[in-house]
Design a protein around this ligand. Sequence first.
Ligand code: FAD
Length: 1011
Amino acid sequence: MPSLLIDQPVADQVVLANQPIEVSGSATDQSPMSVNLVTVQIDAGPPVKAQLMPSSPFRNRTIVDFSATILPSGIGRHVITVTATGTRGFKATQTVIISANIVVFPPCYPEQNAATNLSSGANQSFTNWPQNIQFNAPEYYTPKTLSELAYAVLQAEALGHHVRAFGSSWSFSDVLCATDSSTVPPTLIPQQPGAMIATSQLQASLQQELQQVLAPGVDATFLIHVQAGITITALNSLLDNLPVRQTLNSGGGSGQTLAGVISTSTHGGDSLVPPLADFVCAIHMVGAGGIEHWIEPDQGITDPAKLRVVYPCLASNGSIHYDTQLFRAALVAAGSMGVIYSMVLKTVPQFGLVQHRAVTTWEALQGPDPSLTSVLDGSFLSSAYGLVNLLDGTPLPASLGPFAGNRFSQIVINPYALESNDATLNGTPLKLYVGQHLCFVTNRVPVPIPIGASNPGGGDISSLDVTKVGQAARDSLGSNVLDYDIRFLNFLNSLTPNEDLSTKAALLVDFLAQNFDERTISAVITYVLRQIMPVGERLDVSYKLSDVLSWGAAIRSLSVEAMFSVPDAVAFVPQVFALVESYAARSPKNYIAGYLSLRFVGQKTTALLGTQRWSPTCCVEYAMLSGSDGAAEFVNDLQKLALGSHGALHWGQCNEVMTAVDVQNIYGFDTIEAFRQARGILSKNATLATFDNSFTDRLGLSAEGSIIIEELDLVGVTSDGNIWHTIRHTDGIWLGFGDVKGQAGNKGAFTAVAAASVAGELQLIGVTSDGNIWHTIRHADGSWSGFGDVKGQAGNRGAFTAVAAAGIAGELQLIGVTNDGNVWHTIRHADGSWLRFGDVKGQAGNKGAFTAVAAAGVAGELQLIGVTSDGNIWHTIRHADGIWLGFGDVKGQAGNKGAFTAVAAASVAGELQLIGVTNDGNVWHTIRHADGSWVGFGDVKGQAGNKGTFTAVTAVGIAVELQLIGVTNDGNVWHTIRHADGSWVGFGDVKGQAGSKGTFTAVGAASTPPH
Ligand SMILES: Cc1cc2nc3c(=O)[nH]c(=O)nc-3n(C[C@H](O)[C@H](O)[C@H](O)COP(=O)(O)OP(=O)(O)OC[C@H]3O[C@@H](n4cnc5c(N)ncnc54)[C@H](O)[C@@H]3O)c2cc1C
């Protein structure tokens, strides 16, 4: 009787669909019998005869190895059946089940069966929570693990889809929609939907993993690491139940997920601190191409070596970024950078809050205090507490805690004025405020954690009864008016039981608009606000008071929100009143049932696209019932009004009107460029459009078409006369140093070097110890041209000692210094021909004996900086017409830091950046602005760290950042970046990354596109 063993494939193995796979193993029978036939069958397909390879007999058994090739067609599970037949006709059968997929899953993932475990569906319906967006997603994934998430992204990409993650889907805009096409005009509901990834199963605490990845000395007590699909409610509860009770330092909402909140710059009313995004320390995401990214600011909290151990895919095909600019871009990215798997957040010790709330009118509040400081500092409410509740004339209850130290400020306004003929005002102090807009002012002040909560909060809007709401409108009309009673009764009778609460509410609003004046809608809104915002005192644990107002799932709502400086917000509010009025003045009338809410975020965010752009920022929201006449149109008009009033629209609220131009105006060109660069970095240099959607297309935030971020090419000379080349890729990884002389030929011992990018290729110029100059090109494919003799082409001006180069308009501009202190300029044209060397001092003036030079192409012109033997630095420009400006004294403009010996120059964002080395080994940085003014020299070592005595330096601008490389007198090479915001990265050891080739003495740098 034969027996069988299948070696390949193993059970549950994931293989590529529609690609042949080998099935192999061995079949055994008792000697002298043998197995003489093995067939392999996949699913119900025809049996395939396997090739048999007898192996040596073993004791009394004969063993044959078999192998056959089969084709798993289509994705999904496949059953492979192997049958062995012995010489006497006895058979043995074994089966193995495999899973065929369309992507190769990187081997670094611990769960190779992620594909089979991943919950997915095709053509599945998606509806957002507010129910204003609904579509069928061609692919819909619900990953439970990092492996499944990575697989979902890879699979969606392989199927040709763009991808969007969603959390609680509380957003109102197409920020939330995956869209496959960039050519179809953006619409709120996607015309070509892409793949949606639900994060509802990613809610776990990863605190144990955090302990394993932290850098030495980092205290984890007030750090929390969680999967990013956790809701704020669940996160708050998790934190409150830790051994040391903790909470988030900035609130807002609760049903939203952590990633959703951060990604859209969601805020609360924390008037002392920035929004929650600013408490994030690290982001772990799966980006385009299924590539994992771990992103932190320059000064990170983790140890990269430990991260690579705990998350092996970060080591094999992912990236760890300690990059403040990238981090700030990735914080508020509206789902466009990738799917956030987890985040590390800073927390604070748990505390209690006492809530004070009183009623006034907007006019009475901001008339005497236009900057609203009395709301922010708590003084308005502390004084209101001697008074009565304006709603009913009763005294306000005794306060439960202090007013000073307020950390939450909110003003909720009824956008309809108090009407003189509103009968519900009769007998209340509000009668005195007719013509003004009722508002509720809320403060929250930190107190010790209370043992128990005092006083309940209000109900949510969906708990309201339409009949009672209708009665409030009816009451505003006054009593004993038979006609009104009948019309209200008829209206209520016209509602059918099938209509949901939302529809009934919208019908009520339309009924009021069609039949009655504004006192009815004003009274209805006041009634609702009274129910959901009880006046008086509350005391509770911090997060239990974090909710602002809730519409509840049963009511379909719409909301427009924009962030302003306080003065702009105060000016915006009456414009909203006027817009509401204009809708009420229409024929037929439109009432917009909602309220205006002003909340204050105390500090400006650091997130590039964070909407909290002022300290403090006032967030003005109009939340309204959807479905009533005019509401949809009002939403658009209000967005236009906000944009026209210097507002930054909330990314996650209604946001259909904003354009790329608006975004540039609000955030500034440099910020948008920096954001798009970050998108480039996280999308394989803008080659993958996986996370582009209609929203990013409309707002000019798509990766596709964004700037190609070039790579840094560094060339260096060692004391043995060799030249070395390396590349720093955009992800910060360095290529090992390659031997340039081995590629371009050995022309002797090199002493100086320069590099420039011309037409996307690296051009290198080297000076040998005999005073000759040599030129070579590193082509896009990585091959090098043989060294050519520059003096043979451009003329022999003597023994060269220093050299500089810049690529301008597809040509190489080269400047050389000869040992007599003269400076020479030539151009290598695109056709390879050289201009004869021209005498720069003859054109720009003789400032002495030059010893060092640097060059950069700035705004299409050559800028040249030279150092003279007396330690001075000189600057000139060669205009596009070939005319040279007279040499200007840089020290006279940027300050005298001593005797300069070396210099570097780069063009960054259209301006010249200059770096000089003084003979004490210090490094200095200045900028020559486009208007010709110079910034005072700044101390680079003071910013990027003191690595010793610098002797040589080179620089290049990549996008809006300066990349600087310096050589110290011990032959080491150091790299730093100056970000667009002026901050510097600490010096990194280049030899530690690219290999030690000896003692470096000179360097040159350029940037070329990645190949
Ligand atoms: C009732 C209600 C109350 C609200 N209250 C407030 C408030 O007080 N303050 C305020 O500022 N806003 C508020 N909003 C707006 C809301 O906070 C934002 O729309 C928020 O983004 C919703 O979070 P979410 O988890 O539902 O995210 P979603 O709506 O699911 O997603 C929002 C964005 O985040 C992205 N995203 C989600 N998860 C991930 C992930 N894991 N990785 C990458 N990207 C992801 C999505 O692609 C999308 O671009 C409210 C909205 C509603 C409906």
